[in-house]
Ligand binder design. Structure first.
Ligand code: PMP
Length: 437
């Protein structure tokens, strides 16, 4: 007989539970904008789970789609077989993807999408006769998941330092090209795009003919919401195009309406060669990821059978029927409720609400874009992350789920949030900031 709250067998090392000796906050149910905690309290979800439940929790279309699919065709491999639902999903996804993103490859998570994209980029250069292009460029403070490719190109040294060399030939653009603080100004910073020339410097250092791809999050999420200066992503695009380097946008967070457009590529008007997604593709309900590529990349592999054989990639669960059904239910919900663009309508209200926190104790910066917000706190001397973590604990006690990364409170509510709920969420944060040390 194992008690339901016996945590002894479960292991997930990077929870702050260990650092701060806190028992996890148990969730037992969820509906729309709220979780229900194990003590029965309703918790307003200010983070869409983990940046993923974009349509809100337990939405009927998604639940029904999963239940119906599970009763009819539970699993079929994508290797040498298929099932109609995954083909329908691919077409529907390409329909809403930025122009030029014509094909989609299914994975089961953001980390898998990133490693898939890196493999596609390296393999593409090879099949195009550019086998010398083996280098990859990421960005300091970039987060691209936890698999080996993702931590190699990712810019968080602590995530990779115990694993030796990892992928070789990886460079990281300095993050100083993104103004870390936005001096409380709203939206995209006006200045700093010129620092995209950091990429030019790295390209010049290595010779462009050795570089396969550059990967960036259009808006860095997990490392503290770093918003690119106006024109910055276009500049990256120009440099990549000039030198024959592929540009990968990691849209695991920004994809599916987070910025008030279907993808960040739409928001910034910049089209990469490859887009990685996960999370919002299936509303975070069932593991799924999708990697979008251009026709040119797809055709490079498909024109010669020998290329297909060389490029061995795909997962047992790639585009499996139940995940595909969940994704179709998700797309239906987005469409019926206009959720992929709802963030654009709410963004001005969201921005005002967030910036009303200026002047509250210890707030040293506020950043926002689409339905993402960051409130940066002055760290307690010698105890980094403690202040923000206290805010998280207190907010949960009061009935709101916020997320912290370092001493930054990151907010990314489900796209169904109402103005009243925005006020409620921000009021929770305000009160918490006045409660903690
Ligand atoms: N890329 C980005 C930009 C992410 O934010 C994340 C997850 N937060 C990942 C990749 C990894 O996704 P997953 O946790 O689904 O592997």
């Amino acid at each position: 007989n194992i008690a339901p709250n016996d945590l002894s067998a479960f292991w997930m090392p990077f929870t702050s539970n260990r650092q701060f000796k806190q028992a996890p906050r148990m969730m037992v149910a969820a509906k729309d904008m709220h979780y229900t905690a194990s003590d029965g309290r309703k918790i307003l979800d200010g983070t869409a789970g983990l940046w993923c439940v974009n349509a809100g929790h337990c939405r009927p279309k998604i639940t029904e789609a999963i239940q119906n699919q599970a009763a009819v065709l539970d699993y079929a491999p994508a290797f040498q077989m298929g099932h109609p639902i995954v083909f329908e999903l691919a077409n529907r996804l390409v329909d809403i993807a930025p122009k030029g993103m014509d094909h989609v490859f299914f994975t089961n998570s953001g980390s898998e999408s990133v490693d898939t994209a890196l493999k596609i980029a390296l393999a593409y250069q090879r099949v195009k006769g550019q086998g010398s292009r083996t280098r990859l460029i990421g960005r300091e403070r970039g987060y691209h998941g936890v698999n080996f490719g993702g931590i190699s190109v990712g810019g968080i040294v602590t995530n990779r330092k115990m694993f030796g060399t990892l992928l070789t030939g990886v460079d990281h653009m300095p993050h100083t090209h993104l103004p870390e603080k936005n001096a409380f100004s709203r939206g995209e910073p006006e200045h700093g795009a010129d620092i995209a020339s950091e990429l030019e410097r790295i390209v010049a250092l290595h010779d462009a003919s050795t570089i396969a791809a550059v990967i960036v999050e259009p808006v860095a999420g997990s490392t503290g919401v770093l918003i690119p200066p106006k024109g910055y992503l276009q500049k990256l695009r120009d440099i990549c195009t000039k030198h024959g380097i592929l540009l990968i946008f990691d849209e695991v967070i920004t994809g599916f309406g987070r910025l008030g457009t279907p993808f960040a590529a739409d928001y910034f008007g910049v089209t990469p060669d490859i887009i990685t997604t996960a999370k919002g593709v299936s509303n975070g309900v069932i593991p799924m990821g999708a990697v979008f590529v251009t026709k040119e990349i797809h055709d490079a592999f498909m024109t010669g059978p020998e290329h297909m054989i060389e490029f061995f990639h795909g997962y047992t669960y790639s585009g499996n029927p139940i995940a595909s059904a969940a994704a179709l239910g998700t797309l239906d919900t987005y469409k019926e409720e206009g959720l992929l663009t709802r963030g654009a309508e709410l963004a001005p209200y969201w921005e005002d609400a967030l910036h009303s926190l200026k002047g509250e104790p210890n707030v040293i910066d506020i950043r926002n874009i689409g339905l993402i917000g960051a409130i940066e706190l002055q760290p307690i001397a010698g105890e980094p992350t403690k202040r923000a973590f206290s805010a998280f604990v207190k907010a949960f006690e009061r009935g709101a789920l916020i997320r912290t990364t370092g001493d930054i409170i990151a907010l990314s509510p489900p796209l169904i949030i109402t103005k009243g709920q925005i006020d409620e969420l921000i009021d929770h944060v305000r009160e918490v900031l006045n409660l903690i040390d």
